[in-house]
Write a protein of this length. Structure first.
Length: 1221
């Protein structure tokens, strides 16, 4: 494509399974679809400059797909098709043409369409009767499939572009196979756009496919000249994370302030000085998107070499002499080598940096970038208006975004005007202290997008105490005057897609405001003071301290479990509010704040934050005009969540019930009751309380669920409208089921894990990234998604197995390992440094249970666990309960419920909850009770101690007459006996386990040791790290042949062996062995199958040598530089060696069954010369005594340390000649 300057390419028969977009190099991106890796598949390849113009991708089937592009205001639809072959079923052909018809009918008439397809039909030469849809320059005769193409063109008013241009037949034939040549690949476009196509022909000579040829047409779109928009330049504030840049910024700012460290009092002056200093010190970005060039790794040497090559090419073009040609070719080869080396070095440095702690952010940034590259549409540049029409021009798109958000943020729902007032709280407010500013500054995260004032929080963190003094003074002035700087009132609104619904519909976007970071600091200071004054009800779990989604999920699950076990009905309604944040009436906000006891001073301060607020919408085509925001809370504000909690707290004061019958997480509300009538009545009360004050209950998203539903229980109605009844509901991200089970949630967690894997698959599937880094990315991105909310459920073995199977599939995909590789799961986990998923789930469950047990008795989780309901469990096998799983977990790790009360008794890095050491008084009491005649069981029950612990203390007392801890000689062992058993068992199963793997295994179990400790511990167990021996890869047939050979020659006299020439070849590396493998083994176990490396006879190497010897001494040694046949071996090695060794007539030749020795010509030559051949069992190089000479030769060569191949060969020849006879 790059050579032929093709911008858009339709491809067929891709035979790739899946639907994705991926970069294929050189700036091109492929959009493909296929359901089978062996047949069909279509795709479209786009040049980089058109990738951002993609608006929509439709994958209809593995034979039809389309792309919609917007190019300078012109809508272009590209369709790729692959018609069934001539011999396919008629039904399959009809399905293809119906799919193509549906695609065409879905495209508006005014949009351009280009179809590139392999129609597998001949339209034929000539166009009699079909002049309106094709030209007369086809190929050969028309067939039935070709007639279908012509009929389709007539139906859709299209033209067959190939046939309109007179070309040689060679430039019209698209398919060649054997002696046949014809035309089956076509380009079609609308007849009205034929004038935009200037040429179309078949490109000859491109090896695109074995039989098909590429058809190329040139199309020029009639577009309007685009007005170049101004690009906003940004200061490179991110450089402040470097200490040298931060120090330089402080010095320049001090100079700008006249040598003072104190910042000016007024905000405007300070902000302008900071911005100007930042631009001078840190620099300004171009504002344009950084292109991902394929030549980012070019260095100066590569550029210089390429420039010399270009000059040589230019010189050769001007003077076509052989000397200039040779000069150009030599430079071309040299540049190719330098480019390859530079690219490899750059990528090595990149992956080395990613493997460090400093490169972690680059790693996740790389994962996000590759995830974006794999998406079909990276930016939504067109949207739909109210009536569903697609808007393409930048002006219309900007107007639509402004229209939507201006209406959303300035229109209230219908509500009743309040007639009653509320007394305001007039009280003195303390000044803002520096420690309040420090706490707020510490809570602010770095690296966030800046607001319109272009001053990030990094500036204040860089300036340190001077910034704290200035901000405290500034905030006190704002608090006193109740007027914040006008610059803070402006914001930038960014639409964020909700990942559901139509991507071109504005209603499926959530607007997040980018506000001044300094204003956010001011909001955090005010929020901290408001939280001390306002007490939110216990039913609110959103954005409250010591509460989270897990609390609400756990309470609801246990409540449903209790009612399921009691066979009682539980009715739940999940209430959803429409545009909750954006439709909060400001008057209601002020009223609720006053009613909650907020001082009037703070009310006026918050009112000032919302007064005269203005915003602009930043979309893919630029920024809209500024408009006012008069309704709702700021999305993206630090104070808004707490203000919303205040509003919901006051509006629901008269209708809410205690938890768990009413639970709120911001605007997510769940109402529970024992009867359908009661829950319906409560829902109506909630609706009335909220809607009379300007909030709106969604009729379409509010849903109803019943646990233990009996026949005829009915449905819930809201103002006469039936509420949707469901059997499962996704509550705060966790799926609850009406039967109290968690099977659907497990499946959702598996799907969430795969979704998380797809987001980082660009990194996890990169084989150049180390397994350790992949394991870390998996643990931080994929596994949390799989385990979310599972601490609140008790999983069955089958459900745990589902999670483990999914995890191992993900890990195997990431490491590039399949089941055919026959690598065990524990090795996969060890390589990726990922612990067992079942243990992780158990650990999370025990931690959460311990957290619940340590909370106060009024805590919702404890109340749910202690709830008692009348009723009996149903007959048959009892349903699994949460406490069943907890009891099993505690039994497995040897813990008790009492252990949860002490948080320190649980180890942080293990699922085991170990008990604390018994006190000395308890140990003495055990001995006293034993002397009093009580049994171990009775003592354990009386003191609450395990029977085994009691027995151990009694045995210790009987042996040493004391219960004190006995002194131990020497330094304590760092590895516990259990740890020693674990690593010993590990290396016994897999002797090739490295010390680093064992260190990581122990670290995951809570023990940190060094590699030297591992070696010393295993040495005490009789295990030593040794190099693995190389032994032949023998099958039973080889073993039988070797045994037979030994028996036949057991009694041969010594003089017979003196008349044998032994031959063999070997490989000698320049710098020693290519790879080293060490194993842990005991003494005299070097030949155990687990401790050896199977080898085969043939393989590559740095230098191959062929030699022979007899009892009289070594023969000739030659280097094998090319493929050696039997004749070459006889003439260069065997005969010269026999003459040099002065072998007697009738000498015996031993060979290792190499093809050159067993060739027919060699056998015939040996027979004619009357040479005997020693019958030799295959796969037996270790039996050949020449192996001793090779070992001695390699030792001598290694001592001389050759530095290149030539020296290696010379040294080998010299040392071979020195070997004693």
């Amino acid at each position: 494509m790059e050579r032929r300057k093709v911008d858009i390419l339709c491809v067929q028969e891709t035979r790739w399974k899946g639907s994705k977009a991926r970069s294929i190099g050189a700036g091109f991106k492929l959009f493909y679809y296929g359901v089978d890796s062996k047949r069909n598949g279509v795709g479209v390849v786009l040049k980089e400059e058109f990738v951002r113009n993609v608006l929509e991708v439709k994958r209809v089937s593995d034979r039809v797909m389309s792309l919609k592009l917007e190019i300078e205001g012109v809508m272009l639809n590209v369709v790729s098709g692959y018609a069934p072959q001539v011999g396919c079923e008629l039904e399959e052909k009809e399905r293809f043409w119906s799919e193509l018809d549906e695609v065409m009918e879905s495209i508006p008439t005014g949009e351009r369409v280009v179809i590139g397809a392999d129609f597998n039909g001949h339209v034929g030469e000539g166009n009699t009767g079909d002049e309106e849809v094709m030209g007369k320059f086809g190929v050969k005769e028309r067939n039935l499939e070709g007639q279908m193409v012509v009929d389709f063109a007539k139906r859709m008013d299209m033209g067959v572009v190939n046939t309109y241009f007179q070309k040689r037949e060679e430039h019209r034939v698209t398919y060649k196979s054997g002696g046949r040549s014809t035309q089956v690949d076509y380009i079609l476009c609308r007849r009205g756009n034929l004038k935009e196509i200037s040429d179309c022909k078949v490109v000859v000579g491109e090896s695109v496919a074995r039989q098909h040829r590429m058809v190329v047409c040139r199309m020029t779109l009639m577009v309007c000249k685009k007005k170049r928009s101004e690009i906003e330049k940004k200061t490179k504030w991110w450089k402040l994370k470097k200490e040298e840049c931060c120090e330089e910024f402080r010095q320049k700012l001090r100079q700008a302030l006249g040598g003072q460290v104190v910042l000016p009092d007024d905000w405007e002056t300070t902000a302008e000085v900071i911005r100007e200093t930042g631009r001078k010190v840190l620099g300004v970005s171009s504002g344009r998107r950084k292109e991902d060039k394929e030549t980012w790794w070019w260095n100066e040497e590569v550029q210089d070499s390429i420039q010399r090559k270009r000059l040589a090419k230019k010189k050769w073009d001007m003077d076509r002499t052989e000397e200039n040609r040779q000069e150009y070719k030599e430079l071309q080869r040299r540049v190719k080598r330098e480019v390859s080396k530079a690219k490899q070095k750059a990528y090595d440095e990149l992956y080395t940096r990613l493997d460090t702690r400093e490169g972690e952010k680059d790693l996740y940034r790389l994962a996000r970038q590759r995830d974006r590259d794999g998406k079909d549409v990276q930016q939504v540049r067109v949207i739909k208006d109210r009536d569903g029409r697609v808007l393409t021009s930048e002006e219309s798109v900007q107007r639509r975004w402004k229209e939507y958000f201006e209406e959303l943020m300035n229109e209230e729902n219908e509500r009743e005007k309040r007639v009653e007032g509320v007394n305001s709280v007039e009280q003195k407010v303390d000044k803002i202290r520096k420690d309040e500013v420090r706490k707020a500054l510490k809570r602010m995260k770095s690296g966030k997008a800046v607001g319109p004032d272009d001053i990030p929080v990094e500036v204040w963190k860089c300036l340190g105490e001077a910034a704290v003094e200035f901000l405290a003074s500034l905030f006190n002035r704002v608090l006193e005057s109740e007027r914040m700087p006008e610059e803070w009132r402006r914001s930038v609104l960014v639409p964020i897609f909700k990942n559901k619904g139509d991507v071109q519909s504005c209603s499926n976007y959530r607007g997040i405001k980018l506000m001044s970071h300094t204003m956010k600091l001011w909001e955090r200071v005010v929020e901290a003071r408001l939280r001390k004054v306002v007490e939110i009800c216990e039913q609110q779990y959103g954005f409250m301290p010591r509460k989270s989604t897990t609390d609400a999920i756990f309470a609801l699950r246990i409540l449903m479990e209790k009612y399921r076990d009691g066979q009682r009905e539980l009715h739940c309604v999940f209430v959803d509010l429409e545009k909750a944040y954006d439709r909060v009436p400001r008057e209601e906000l002020w009223y609720c704040m006053r009613k909650s006891g907020v001082a009037e001073k703070y009310v006026r301060v918050v009112q000032d934050m919302y007064e005269r607020s203005r915003t602009v919408v930043r979309c893919a085509v630029g920024q809209t005009e500024e408009f006012n925001v008069e309704v709702g809370l700021h999305q993206g504000s630090a104070l808004s969540p707490f203000l919303f909690a205040i509003v919901m707290d006051q509006l629901s004061e008269e209708v809410r019930q205690e938890s768990p019958w009413t639970m709120m997480f911001a605007d997510d509300i769940v109402i529970c009751s024992e009867s359908r009538e009661q829950v319906e009545e409560n829902l109506e009360r909630w609706r009335f309380a909220l809607e009379r004050r300007g909030m709106k209950v969604s009729r379409s998203k509010t849903e109803y669920m019943c646990v233990n539903e009996r026949e005829g229980s009915g449905t819930v109605r809201l103002q006469g409208e039936e509420v949707k009844k469901v059997q499962e509901f996704k509550y705060l991200g966790s799926t609850v089921q009406s039967n109290g089970e968690c099977g659907k949630e497990v499946k959702k967690r598996v799907q969430a894990g795969w979704n998380g894997w797809r987001k980082v698959s660009g990194v996890l599937c990169d084989q150049k990234i180390s397994a350790r880094i992949k394991g870390k990315v998996y643990r931080t991105v994929v596994r949390p998604a799989m385990l979310y909310g599972l601490e609140t459920v008790s999983l069955k073995k089958r459900q745990e197995s589902e999670l483990e199977v999914a995890e191992l599939k993900i890990l195997r995909f990431s490491l590039g390992v399949t089941r055919l590789d026959r690598i065990r799961n524990e090795y996969i986990r060890g390589t990726a440094h990922v612990g067992h998923l079942g243990n992780k789930v158990r650990e999370a469950r025990l931690r959460w249970f311990g957290h619940v047990q340590r909370r106060e008795s009024e805590y919702i989780g404890r109340r749910m666990l202690d709830m008692k309901l009348p009723g009996r469990r149903q007959r048959g096998r009892p349903k699994r309960r949460y406490m069943d799983g907890i009891n099993e977990d505690m039994k497995l790790v040897g813990a008790r419920v009492e252990d949860a009360e002490d948080r320190d008794s649980q180890t942080p890095n293990s699922t085991m909850a170990k008990t604390k050491e018994l006190s000395k008084d308890t140990r003495n009491k055990i001995v006293d009770l034993h002397q009093a005649g009580k049994t171990e069981s009775a003592i354990g029950k009386q003191l609450g101690v395990k029977k085994s612990t009691v027995g151990a203390i009694i045995r210790k007392w009987k042996t040493y007459k004391t219960t004190d801890n006995l002194p131990r000689s020497g330094a304590p062992r760092k590895i516990s006996p259990c740890g020693v058993k674990m690593i010993t068992r590990t290396v016994s199963k897999n002797p090739r386990t490295t010390r680093g793997d064992l260190v990581n295994d122990l670290q995951r179990a809570g023990t940190k040791v060094t590699k030297a400790t591992i070696s010393n511990t295993l040495r005490r167990q009789g295990l030593k790290s040794c190099s693995a021996r190389c032994v032949p890869l023998l099958k039973p047939v080889h073993v039988r042949a070797r045994l037979k050979f030994a028996r036949e020659h057991l009694d041969d006299p010594e003089e017979d062996w003196e008349n044998v020439i032994w031959s063999d070849e070997t490989k000698i590396e320049l710098f020693g062995k290519n790879s080293t493998c060490r194993v842990w083994r005991r003494k005299n176990a070097e030949l155990h199958p687990k401790n050896t490396i199977p080898t085969v006879k043939h393989g590559g190497g740095n230098i191959m040598l062929r030699g022979c010897f007899s009892a009289k001494g070594p023969g000739r040694l030659i280097r094998v530089k090319e493929r050696m046949n039997g004749a070459m071996y006889r003439e260069k090695n065997l005969l010269p060696s026999a003459r040099a060794l002065k072998m007697k007539r009738g000498w015996v030749f031993q060979h290792d069954n190499d093809p050159k020795h067993t060739a027919r010509a060699t056998k015939e030559w040996l027979r004619k010369k009357h040479f005997k051949v020693l019958e030799w069992p295959s796969q037996s190089p270790d039996l050949n005594p020449i192996e001793n000479l090779w070992r001695e030769l390699k030792i001598r060569v290694a001592q001389r340390q050759p530095q290149n191949i030539t020296a290696l060969e010379e040294i080998c020849m010299e040392e071979w000649a020195k070997l004693p006879a």
